[in-house]
Structures are given as structure tokens and as C-alpha cells.
Design a protein around this ligand. Sequence first.
Ligand SMILES: C[S@@+](CC[C@H](N)C(=O)[O-])C[C@H]1O[C@@H](n2cnc3c(N)ncnc32)[C@H](O)[C@@H]1O
Length: 302
Amino acid sequence: MVETAHRNDGVEGVAGGVGTTALLVAAARAIETHRSDSLAQDVYAEHFVLGAPVSKDWPVHPREVPDGDENPLWGRFARYFGLRTRVLDDFLLRSVHAGNARQVVLLGAGLDSRAYRLAWPPGCVVFEIDREEVLAFKHHVLGGLSATPKAARVPVPMDLRADWAGALPGAGFDPAAPSVWLVEGLLFYLPPAAETYLIDTVDRLSAGGSALAFEVKLDKDLLEYRDSPLYTATKQQIGIDLLDLFDRNPRPDSAGHLTAKGWSASVRTPFDFTRLHGRGPRPERNDALAGNRWVFAGKPLR
Ligand SMILES: C[S@@+](CC[C@H](N)C(=O)[O-])C[C@H]1O[C@@H](n2cnc3c(N)ncnc32)[C@H](O)[C@@H]1O
């Protein structure tokens, strides 16, 4: 084995494989932030992109995007991430302000800066689970900006393909109190058994009154869209082959699984929210977003 110098800035964790996808979403959020009609603001996003050697030359502002909105990656796909950020910001804020939940768990948190961005009620704790190197990189960049979180932030470094159920209670999470969970842009990277384990674990650790939002892809065969502008542009422009990173085994029916356990679940398309907000991606031919669904679930009070 070749020994490499150890770095504690986490850069290696976002330099390749699935960690790079966190930078892709951060770049999209940076661009969205600078749009005159932006749906979400994330002032930290560009610092992640510019802070990693692999992404330091990616655009972080609409004026840096070749072909502007016509660019399938930094135009339409970035708009998708901007819309997703806004819709899930709204879900989280609605859930904590409407109910008693003061524990928020971000699974596959990546470079999500919501702990620093959103107006959390007093007493809120945000748990962030991702791979150790990704969280270290995030910590390094935010530390350099002297950023202050608006809720208590608890990083929980874990591989979500492993048995992670004990990690949250070990980090101070209380399964007897209601919680709000977010699984954004994660499940399609996990093997089906890890997805089922994740949904079961969320159910097991959720008291009545808890809420969960997650994103799935319903496509039977992801390769059907291998020539879509979205996948080809992502590969050509920044060298990320999403289809190679996705787990292409048949997916479990996680929304159905939750309703069988007594949760309510509403399954929406991103295009529903494009209509609601008046901006965002619209359906197109050969659309790699056609199977994407955002699921909003709630566990009833007993
Ligand atoms: C596309 S990014 C999304 C990040 C964040 N949720 C967002 O929307 O900005 C996917 C994230 O999932 C994380 N991830 C993928 N597989 C994982 C695993 N097995 N364990 C922990 N995290 C994982 C990656 O490290 C990455 O940060």
C-alpha cells in the first residue's frame, strides 16, 4: 500500500467518487444564490466550490456559465438543485415551527449549510451524517469563514451503508422526542438494502409527530437516459459520471414501506414545485429528471 501524507482538511473526501457530488450541488446553490430570481440563498456554497482543487474552476455565478440557462448542467440541472433547496428549506422550517420537533437530522448532509442559514427556533439541534472526510472538509471551510451556526450542530461521521442506528442516540439524539429528517440527493447512491435499513431506522428512531422528506428516482432502468443532456453535460463539463455513481439495482418502494408502517406520505414531482414557484426545470424529452420524486412523510401522534 502506498502511504500518503495525511490531511485533516477533508479535501480528499470531496475529491472523487460520490463526495464530488456534494460539490456539484454546492456549485448549483452558489449559482442560484446569485440569480436575480433566486429561489434560495446560500452564501457559503461558493466557498466550498472554490476551496476544493477539483472544483475551483467551476462556475459559482450565472455570469460564469457558458451558454447561461441553455447549459444543461449549470442552467437546467442547477435550477433543479435551486428549486430542491428551496422546497426542502420550506419543509424543514414548516416542520419545526408547526410542531414540537427540535431535532433535525440531515442524512447524507454533504455541504448542506442549513444549520448556518435557516432561522431555527430556540433549542434546535441539527445532526449531520455523512462520510468523515466530507464533514471534515465542510468544517475546514466553514471554520475559515468563522461561520456561526443558528442551531446546535452535531456532525456524526458515518458510512450510511453500515449499521448507523446507534450513532445518533450516541451523539445525543433522543428517540422519545419528535424529530425532522431530510434525505436529499442520497438514496440513489445506496444499495437497496441500505435504503431499506435507513427507512426502517428513521421509523424506529421517530416518535409520533416526526416528519421526513426524501428524494427517490422511480426509473426502472436509469440507463434509459444515458444520452440525456443532463448526464452527458455533467460528464463532459466536470467529469462526473452520475450513472456510474448511482446504485442501479432495483429500488425498494420506500414511500409504500412507510405507509405500511402507519406514516402518511405524499409523493410529488419537482415539476409540481416549478409550477408553484413559477420557476425551475420543466419536463423535456429524454429527461433524466423524469423519475425524480420528492416524498413528504409524517408519523402520526399516537
Ligand atoms: C449529491 S450529495 C447531496 C448532499 C446534500 N444532501 C445536498 O443536497 O447538498 C450526496 C451526499 O451523500 C453522501 N453519501 C453518499 N453515500 C454515502 C454513504 N454511504 N454514507 C454517507 N454519506 C454518503 C456523499 O458523501 C455526499 O455528501
